[in-house]
Design a protein around this ligand. Structure first.
Ligand code: ADP
Ligand code: ZN
Length: 226
């Protein structure tokens, strides 16, 4: 049983790592951004309130996020651990999570920080193109379609997600630096932080994440024995 937080800037590869952990460790991948996008797709009250913030690349206000995550974390599949991706994203969110866990006699086992330099993040995020028809994903440099801006699978014109336009991407990175980066110190001081270079290739990052999680779970087991 492991409770893991993935920390890192937008575009650092948290989603890829969390879904790999989900398969290896059989603990659910809980992504705040995915939950929010599902609310938008379902046109819920939360979705309607969150959308303008997301489109600008700003954070959705803490109170909305905290209610949404609290509801998610009491679901049955989250009782044996989870990997959180995109939450917490502010110190206030981290404190709230700590308090909730403490009230249940639980705690986090590891915080994995994927470090990627800003120019690489800009390149990754701004180059992404998606097919609005079949959801295929491309990248202008690393995974271009055969014909510029046309989907290989269905011939539709590719689009750029609203929050991946360059000006919005720059805002997301700035918001990250201002509001989320302080969490590195927060978790460092609690001796939970494991830092991994996010530029060494998906498979090698995966191996390092698995190693860090393994180390953390041994440490937890050791503490239980003493
Ligand atoms: P990324 O990590 O690449 O920025 P996400 O899918 O995690 O993408 O998040 C998309 C958007 O959803 C964010 O830009 C923000 O507006 C909103 N969001 C997601 N998680 C949170 C959170 N914990 N607190 C506030 N806003 C959030
Ligand atoms: Zn397509």
């Amino acid at each position: 049983m492991m409770r893991i937080v993935l920390l890192g800037p937008p575009g650092s590869g948290k989603g890829t790592q969390a879904s790999a952990l989900q398969q290896r460790r059989a603990i659910p991948h809980i992504a705040s951004g995915d939950l929010l996008r599902a609310h938008i797709a379902d046109n819920t009250d939360l979705g309607r309130r969150a959308r303008p913030f997301m489109d600008r690349g700003d954070l959705v206000p803490d109170d909305l996020i905290l209610d949404m995550m609290a509801a998610r974390l009491v679901e049955p599949d989250a009782q044996n651990g989870y990997t959180l991706d995109g939450f917490p994203r502010t110190v206030a969110q981290a404190r709230d999570l700590d308090q909730r866990l403490q009230a249940l006699g639980h705690r986090l086992d590891a915080v994995i920080y994927l470090r990627v330099p800003e120019d690489e993040l800009l390149r990754r995020l701004s180059g992404r193109r998606i097919c609005p028809n079949c959801n295929a994903i491309y990248h202008v440099d690393t995974m271009p379609p055969n014909q510029k801006d046309i989907c290989d699978h269905c011939g539709s014109a590719l689009i750029q997600r609203q929050d991946e336009r360059p000006e919005v991407v720059r805002n997301r990175l700035q918001v990250y630096a201002e509001q989320t980066e302080p969490l590195l110190e927060y978790y460092q001081s609690r001796r939970l932080l494991h830092e991994i270079d996010g530029t060494i290739g998906v498979d090698r990052v995966l191996a390092e994440v698995a190693e860090a999680v393994g180390r953390a779970s041994q440490q937890v087991a050791g503490e239980h024995r003493t």
